[in-house]
Design a protein around this ligand. Structure first.
Ligand SMILES: CC(C)(COP(=O)(O)OP(=O)(O)OC[C@H]1O[C@@H](n2cnc3c(N)ncnc32)[C@H](O)[C@@H]1OP(=O)(O)O)[C@@H](O)C(=O)NCCC(=O)NCCS
Length: 188
């Protein structure tokens, strides 16, 4: 349980298949409140055309979902290596709960669940330039690489180095390999 300027909230980490109808309803309300107008309804199977999540770290106050970080396990290619990652997406804190480190706390629960899971070497995501400082404050490092993925419209897409890609090693000794990235699927 957490406290702060917010009323008492709880954080839970749930596998996707454990989500109840009420959980899905709470997540839909959270995402629709932010993105409905611009991107349409939230779809848990393919949120806004991005990859879905295997695990959800969720914050609630009195049943209302006020924050979420999702992640999914995947093997990707970097240069000549195959690398196991936890791809992170659906990072959202409701507008009335921002600025009190809930986002950072949800991220640390998500990273801990990946450690417990024991398969990923790195946590990985792409984001907008404006939110890079948030991820850096959570300990993430920015890298530059060409990134291939399946686009939101289902077609292959290659993004030249430049837009933010952020990584977080699960073990501090792990080095990110050089080379082009192939996400072998949709981005998060
Ligand atoms: C980004 C977001 C999840 C951050 O959640 P939050 O709970 O308000 O963030 P925190 O309070 O944990 O912030 C941790 C640090 O990151 C910084 N930070 C938070 N949001 C930021 C933002 N949007 N841009 C830049 N820095 C930000 C904070 O200043 C804070 O730094 P501090 O420790 O020096 O005070 C939230 O603003 C949000 O949901 N935004 C809309 C959706 C979005 O952009 N998601 C990211 C998609 S890639």
């Amino acid at each position: 349980m957490g406290r702060g300027r917010l009323k008492q909230y709880s954080i839970e980490v749930l596998a996707h298949q454990e989500l109840t109808e009420a959980d899905l309803h709470g997540l839909r309300s959270l995402f629709d409140s932010e993105y409905l107008e611009e991107f349409g309804e939230w779809d848990p199977r393919q949120p806004y055309g991005y990859a879905s999540h295997d695990v959800h770290s969720m914050a609630r106050i009195e049943g209302r979902v006020i924050g979420h970080v999702g992640w999914a396990h995947r093997e990707i290619t970097v240069g000549t290596q195959t690398l196991a990652i936890g791809g992170v997406g659906g990072v959202l804190v409701s507008a009335d709960a921002r600025g009190v480190h809930l986002g950072r706390e949800l991220m640390s629960w998500a990273a801990q669940s990946m450690r417990d899971h024991g398969r990923a070497a790195f946590v990985y995501l792409g984001c907008r330039e404006e939110v890079v400082p948030f991820y850096e404050s959570c300990g993430w490092k920015r890298i530059r690489a060409r990134e291939g993925s399946v686009g939101r419209d289902g077609r292959p897409v290659v993004t030249e180095p430049g837009p933010p890609i952020l990584i977080l090693p699960i073990s501090p000794l792990q080095m990110w390999p050089d080379g082009d990235i192939d996400l072998r699927g949709r981005a998060w």
